[in-house]
Write a protein that binds this ligand. Structure first.
Ligand code: GAR
Length: 181
């Protein structure tokens, strides 16, 4: 099986699901320091690094350095798991066709950084956990798999997020396993 690199920004519950599934996560990258996801990587003995956009002259420069760091660690598949920035060309070209993202809503209907809140505001009865390929747009790459999740009338962002994430935590490791080759 290939070597997996995971991009994170926050809690890292999806990173944890990949680790717990026994997948070969060999490197973790965050755009923010001190986040729980980095502690999860450390606890699992996985090498990690922080690449904050503000520390570089441009996002392209940061993304090139980040891609090189992952390549040095022989990563073959990149998983964005709650990574809340768009990737630029230097990164996308380096890992073309080998970058996935998990998104907590159906696509293309609910892209963006606040999909749980957007789904609730739309008043729909059903949402989804979605895994898709990453391109330069906001959650616009081809969908690989989606699993439906009901929305209940009394849902809050917290209750809906918990229900969607429990599905993500099963779906993402399954898809990553099938693509990690
Ligand atoms: C996940 O639910 C993921 O789907 C969502 O952020 C959460 C991160 O949680 N991503 C997006 O909304 C991207 N547009 P985690 O850090 O606990 O894995």
């Amino acid at each position: 099986m290939g070597r997996i690199g995971v991009l994170v920004s926050g809690q890292g519950t999806n990173l944890q699901a990949l680790i717990d599934a026994g997948l070969p996560v060999r490197a973790v990258v965050s755009n923010r320091s001190g986040v729980p996801a980095l502690h999860r990587a450390a606890r699992a003995g996985i090498e990690s690094a922080v690449f904050a956009a503000g520390d570089y002259g441009s996002r392209e420069e940061r993304d090139a350095v980040m891609a090189a760091w992952l390549e040095e660690r022989e990563v073959t598949l990149v998983v964005c798991a709650g990574f809340m920035e768009l990737l630029r060309k230097p990164f996308l070209e380096r890992f073309a066709g080998r970058i996935l993202n998990t998104h907590s809503a159906p696509l293309p209907d609910f892209p963006g950084a606040r999909p749980i809140e957007d789904v609730l505001a739309a008043g729909v009865a059903e949402t989804a956990a979605t895994v898709h390929y990453v391109d330069e747009g906001t959650d616009t790459g081809p969908v690989i798999a989606a699993e439906r999740v009901p929305v209940y009338e009394d849902d809050t962002a917290e209750t809906l997020r918990a229900r969607v994430q429990s599905v993500e935590h099963r779906l993402l490791p399954r898809i990553v396993r099938s693509l990690a080759g």
